[in-house]
Design a protein around this ligand. Sequence first.
Ligand SMILES: [Zn+2]
Length: 114
Amino acid sequence: MHEASIAISLIETVSDLCQQEGYNSIESVRLKVGRAAGILPDALLFAFDVAKSDTLANKAELIIEYVPLGGVCCDCGSHFDSEERYIFACPACKSSAIKITRGDELQIIDMEVN
Ligand SMILES: [Zn+2]
């Protein structure tokens, strides 16, 4: 499962950071996940809970901030957000000359350690 490998590498990353900073447990991790990143938040939360046992993150809570898809139209210049996973045309003028500017994020915002 896609989310399982993401959860494992996420835990490896935060554990390394935690150790480098000289702490020994992770309380929470905030993650920014874009709508178009192809990740199911529920599956990722579940995978995180499974993968975190026996790691520095075994008590950590994963907090997901979902980022909607956003873009700009090259024809009419309008900026738009979408709850869709993919968007192919400008909602205002139906042009397909659009540029997606956000929604594919997968990044750690911050974490709390002890
Ligand atoms: Zn447009």
